[in-house]
Design a protein. Structure first.
Length: 636
């Protein structure tokens, strides 16, 4: 490693401050990088004399090298604090002294500034004049200016297009118009759908911080029709009471009992507010009347009790009707629909006529695809187990169109057939059910050849158990004298699992564990029922305490009903003497920490407010002085 100074150190002048001249380090023709290849340290670099700079190798370099430079008497310049960028050259005033004498600018010295416009390190150079010939330079930092004080042009309302809207902004700082990409960057959020969008202007270069403004995206007038009328929220139009309640509470903002389709501000119309309907989890049995909302684009009616749903010909693009009791779903003519979640229902038919954008229709474990020559959807899905799916391709005929009846009928009907002692579920077209299939409310599984499976089966990395009838097992099951648990989909539970508010632990093989179990470094105890013990529990002859999640208390105190207990590293409740963090405590036979005066084996002790035993001191108690030896025993 070769050291070469950037300039001659000889005669560097005393400024009264630490002097840290820059250096250039080279390895051959390569200039090394400070902080990556080496670090610098200085010593004896304040007062007149010889100073030292030490170069220490880093990264691919090791070892050290030293060089010296001299500090001579000269000008002393007052330090300059960091300056904030202004857009103009910054020339902070300075005080120059020679010894104890304050010099006069223009008479005794001149001042020049460099690199003093933009963010970075600026330099002040002082040169002697008249009777003085000294010359010295000092530096100061110019820091970025916060952009929050700049003015950002307001944005007029933007019309909804279905795509991200990114209006241009103008940013002005004082009289200066800032440059995008040089002084700031721009990002947008919530700028697709009708509502309030946000523009974030982030400082760059000479500017720092952020400033946000908002603009409004309004619905396109072309989405409306002059035929749209006010809709009365009554039982005739909306038979379900809970659906009506939602419309009154959320959509009817002026509380007049009507979904208004007329007004001065389009995007404040209630018929427009009703574009997005979220009635999830409201115990709704029927959404009849939804068809009266002509502008609806999004509907979430999950987790209700709906049995039939008809949203045909609505401009809807998102539909979540999962976790209902649907036996019929009609989405005919929903040309904009590109997302459908119909999991956890009882569907036996679905209409998909004229849904060209639909790419994610799914119902857990089922397989369906009701198509005909007039209603083929090029990307409808044929659903398989665990939300997996196959795209229907009308060119390769994964689902043959030649066997498709009208869109008002099921494609194929199935019945049970026993062949060579094995059960199959066979369609009228000769096809066999494959994978999971719900039949008369019960789930079954058929292998690739269509044979119904029983007993233990590993499917997609999960274990299931099928009864001799083929029905998937759910809930608790004792198999070969060992207990297992299967969730509502039939998946075998493993590791820690919460069941009906209680915690259980199953090995990786699914067997329910009892007794002591160490999980993720913490101890738990599971009773004979398999449920984790909670709260106080006597195990053997010792008492333990377990958190509400079953984790065992250890090496900590517990205060209940104004009584304090302590549990050692094994988790057992402590009785008798116990030293905790350098202090002795005493716990009675019930494990309760003792306070105040206590007679133990005919000797008197005193325990303070924290339960600490008083020792080797004289203490004033209730106006009297008592002396205790180093064992804590009261002696006088």
């Amino acid at each position: 490693m070769r050291y070469r100074p950037r300039y001659n150190f000889t005669g560097v002048q005393d400024t009264g401050l630490p002097i840290t001249p820059s250096v250039t380090i080279k390895d051959g023709s390569r200039t090394l990088v400070k902080g990556t290849d080496y670090t610098l340290s200085y010593s004896n670099n304040v007062n007149v004399g010889t100073a030292t700079v030490t170069v220490t190798g880093k990264g691919n370099y090791s070892g050290t090298k030293k060089a010296s430079f001299s500090i001579t008497t000269g000008f002393a310049i007052s330090p300059i604090s960091d300056q904030i960028y202004t857009g103009s050259a910054i020339t902070p005033p300075i005080i120059v002294k020679k010894g104890s004498k304050t010099l006069v600018k223009g008479t005794d010295y001149t001042v020049a500034y460099s690199n003093n416009l933009n963010v970075g390190t600026a330099t002040v150079t002082v040169k002697g004049k008249g009777s003085y010939t000294d010359s010295v330079s000092i530096c100061f930092e110019i820091t970025a200016k916060t952009i929050s004080g700049a003015t950002v042009s307001s944005i007029a309302d933007q019309t909804h297009t279905g795509s991200a809207i990114e209006p241009t902004v103008t940013v002005i700082d004082g009289s200066k118009t800032l440059l995008k990409g040089t002084d700031y960057t721009v990002s947008y959020s919530n700028n697709v759908d009708v509502g309030t969008a946000t523009i974030t202007v982030k400082g760059k270069g000479n500017y720092t911080g952020t400033k946000k403004i908002s603009f409004t995206i309004v619905a396109s007038q072309e989405n409306t029709s002059s035929d749209v009328e006010n809709i009365i929220i009554n039982e005739e139009n909306f038979p379900d009471e809970n659906f009506r309640r939602y419309l009154r509470e959320v959509i009817d903002v002026n509380s007049n009992g009507i979904i208004d389709a007329e007004g001065n501000s389009y995007y404040e119309l209630e018929i427009v507010i009703a574009r997005n309907i979220d009635v999830s989890g409201r115990s709704i049995r029927s959404l009849k009347g939804i068809e009266k909302l002509p502008l609806i684009v999004s509907l979430d009616c999950s987790n209700n009790q709906i049995t039939e749903l008809n949203v045909s010909n609505l401009p809807i693009d998102y539909l979540n009707c999962s976790q209902n009791k649907l036996v019929s779903l009609n989405i005919n003519g929903c040309e904009n629909l590109d997302y459908l979640d119909a999991t956890d229902n009882e569907l036996n038919k679905i209409y998909i006529k004229d849904c060209p954008l639909l790419i994610e229709a799914y119902d857990n474990y089922c397989q369906y695809g009701y198509l005909d020559d007039d209603g083929v959807s090029p990307s409808i899905v044929c659903i398989g187990y665990d939300d997996s799916f196959l795209l229907h391709d009308r060119y390769t005929d994964i689902i043959s169109e030649s066997v498709m009846p009208s869109d008002e009928s099921l494609i194929v009907t199935y019945k049970w057939e026993k062949v060579s002692g094995k059960w199959y579920y066979v369609g009228t077209d000769g096809s066999r059910a494959i994978g999971f299939r719900k039949i008369d409310g019960t789930w079954y599984y058929f292998n690739k050849s269509g044979m119904m499976l029983t007993g233990w089966q590993s499917i997609n990395g999960e274990w299931y158990y099928f009864e001799s009838t083929g029905a998937v097992r759910t809930g608790w099951k004792k198999i070969s004298n060992k207990w297992y648990y299967f969730n509502s989909y039939g998946k075998m539970a493993t590791l820690d699992t919460e069941i009906e508010g209680k915690y259980y632990y199953f090995g990786e093989n699914g067997v329910m564990r009892t007794g002591w179990q160490k999980i993720d470094g913490f101890w738990y105890h599971f009773g004979s029922s398999g449920a984790a013990d909670i709260g106080w529990k006597k195990i053997g002859k010792k008492w333990y305490y377990f958190y509400c999640n079953g984790e065992m208390y250890s090496e900590r105190t517990l205060t209940q009903n104004r009584k304090t207990y302590y549990f050692d590293s094994s988790g057992a409740m402590v009785t008798g003497w116990k030293k905790i963090q350098s202090f002795w405590h005493y716990f009675n036979s019930s494990g309760v920490m003792q306070f105040g005066w206590q007679r133990i084996k005919n000797k008197w002790y005193y325990f303070d407010y924290y339960g600490h035993m008083v020792e080797d001191t004289t203490l004033k108690i209730d106006g009297k002085y008592y002396t205790f030896n180093r064992n804590g025993v009261w002696i006088k």
